[in-house]
Design a protein around this ligand. Structure first.
Ligand code: ZN
Length: 226
């Protein structure tokens, strides 16, 4: 019997990570989806993550509860207003206050720990270095450095049993490119959640970076956001 190839896929419940999950399934991975309840103001995204897993399927879905509010200092984890209505020039010029300190380092570290337990060599993360908010931990050089570190960090890596590969299927895509790929892969867009600052009913604000980038992606792809 041919063995399965396991992968850990980070899944926030947003458009990008849902597209990564669909990509991983198409690639034939046995996908173990990992989400984080980290004190984010848009915790409603975890419901989206569960709905996306129900719709697309995954071998397993875990939600790790960690508290990044212990440090705060981000509009997503602290009592700081989420910036609204920023244009592309502003997004390109500065790292916004929605940056969560070291978030992808923390998330990838958890993914690495689970991968070691699963004896999985593959980790998938939906970072994107084109249409993004300017976060330093979304850049290809960060991912490459983390991959190098990962292979020094684990028992499985040191014993030569597994070599960790971090896949970033979206990293060179525009937001429109992600939308097109998502459509091709059958991502249920309507189940995903992108907004950083939803109201108490979970309705999107339409003006945060994440809402604006999502709208731009669908507009440029000529596809309707459901
Ligand atoms: Zn929003």
């Amino acid at each position: 019997m041919k063995g399965v190839t396991k992968a850990v896929c980070l899944l926030s419940g947003g458009l990008d990570s849902a597209t990564c999950l669909a990509w991983a399934l198409r690639e034939g991975f046995e996908v173990h989806a990992l989400s984080f309840d980290y004190g984010q103001r848009h915790r409603v995204e975890l419901d989206a993550a569960r709905r996306v897993v129900e719709a697309l399927g995954a071998a397993d879905h875990r939600v790790a509860k960690i508290d990044l509010r212990v440090f705060g200092h981000s509009a997503l984890t602290d009592d700081i207003d989420v910036p609204k209505g920023r244009d592309e020039a502003q997004m390109d010029a500065e790292i916004p206050i929605t940056y969560v300190p070291a978030r992808n380092t923390i998330f990838l570290s958890f993914a690495l720990a689970w991968a070691e337990v699963l004896e999985a060599s593959h980790i998938i993360i939906g970072v994107n270095a084109l249409d993004y908010s300017g976060y330093p931990d979304c850049r290809p050089e960060f991912i490459a450095a983390f991959e190098t570190m990962a292979n020094l960090a684990t028992k499985a890596g040191v014993e030569g049993r597994t070599k960790v590969k971090i896949h970033t299927p979206l990293i060179q895509l525009s937001k429109a490119g992600i939308v097109r790929l998502g459509q091709e892969l059958g991502v249920p867009f309507g189940l995903t959640h992108s907004c950083y600052d939803p109201n108490s009913e979970g309705r999107v604000c339409g003006q945060c970076d994440s809402c604006l980038l999502r709208a731009k992606g669908f507009r440029e792809a000529g596809i309707e956001d459901l």
